[in-house]
Design a protein around this ligand. Structure first.
Ligand code: NAP
Length: 286
């Protein structure tokens, strides 16, 4: 069902959230197709373990792992600069790391955790790798969003969810941000040769929600009897990262490898522009 390019020899791919679930499968498949993988992970043991798996797939490829807590803007900026200093060209960026949190907590930088990890990390990392992506054009950015955006509401006056926090609502909102960000980045990078698309992977039996706190881990684990595998969940990432069919498409939202219409709120270009401005202000980026 999902078209893929089978040869990614000579391509360099940066991926987040590749130490588990959907991202781990995607990284292994991209490596099996010949790509050199640069992982961004937060945990050394899981990072090294994933690197070992990749090397088993393609022993000659110079895969690497960089460490950063993607919840912190300063860390995302640092790791982006570290990668940009070593890589002149990046062909594929997969923004995929994400989580859901039962309780409202702020990061050391004062941002609500879901917003910081699920949205700001995508924003800051893409910005930090812009030059290397443009240098590799035609290049691709792939953002893992979710159908959970469907019932989301974005309140610009309360982006950090100080009022009436609810973990599921915060998650939905962050996934709406992924789609709005994809639209705005695609518009801003329209003439660079870098395409930007996002996707819903399906409801996937991964480690998602495992560290959420409260009852969510139990609820999500129980619901996983209805979930698809991480292998199936990774299909649309692979499609967007490699298929010639989508080479010229940008700004789209995909499910099961097909362009799909998201909720009307995710097609609001004024909201997309405003989100960009607010995110740039928070990140101290022009
Ligand atoms: N599972 C689903 O049903 C589903 C549905 C729709 C969308 N999604 C989206 O799919 C993406 C991947 O989720 P998944 O299902 O594969 O979940 P997962 O198995 O929990 O994987 C999440 C990945 O993100 C990484 N991560 C979490 N917090 C991080 C941080 N602070 N800094 C750096 N990395 C961090 C994790 O690293 P560790 O290994 O160190 O924990 C892991 O590699 C997420 O964006 C999620 O929102 C999932």
């Amino acid at each position: 069902m999902c078209a893929k390019r089978l040869d990614l020899e000579g391509k360099t791919c940066v991926i987040t959230g590749a130490t588990s679930g959907i991202g781990q499968v995607a990284a292994e498949r991209l490596a099996a197709m010949g790509a050199r993988l640069l992982l961004i992970a937060r945990d050394r043991a899981r990072g090294e373990d994933t690197l070992r798996r990749l090397r088993a797939r393609a022993p000659d490829a110079a895969h690497r792992v960089h460490y950063a807590d993607l919840m912190l803007i300063a860390e995302v900026k640092r790791v982006a600069a570290e990668i940009a200093a070593q890589e002149r060209r990046i062909d594929i960026l997969v923004n995929n790391a994400g989580a859901i949190f039962s309780f409202h907590r702020l990061t050391a930088e004062g941002l609500e955790r879901t917003f910081a990890l699920n949205h700001m990390a995508y924003f800051v990392l893409s910005h930090g790798l812009r030059e290397a992506l443009v240098a590799a054009a035609p290049a691709r950015v792939v953002n893992t969003a979710s159908a959970a955006h469907q019932r989301a509401q974005l309140h610009f006056e309360d982006l950090q969810f100080a009022r009436a926090y609810n973990g599921v609502s915060a998650y939905r909102r962050s996934k709406l941000c992924n789609i709005l960000f994809t639209r705005e980045l695609s518009r801003r990078w329209a003439h660079t040769g870098v395409t930007v698309n996002c996707l819903h992977p399906g409801f996937v039996a991964s480690n998602f929600g495992r560290e959420s706190g409260g009852l969510l881990p139990f609820v999500l684990r129980a619901a996983q009897v209805f979930a698809i595998s991480s292998e199936e969940g990774a299909e649309t990432i692979m499609h967007l990262a490699s298929s010639p069919e989508v080479a010229d498409l940008s700004g789209g939202y995909f499910f099961r490898c097909r362009p799909t219409v998201p909720a009307p709120r995710a097609e609001d270009d004024n909201a997309a522009r405003r989100l960009w401005q607010e995110s740039a202000k928070l990140a101290g980026i022009e």
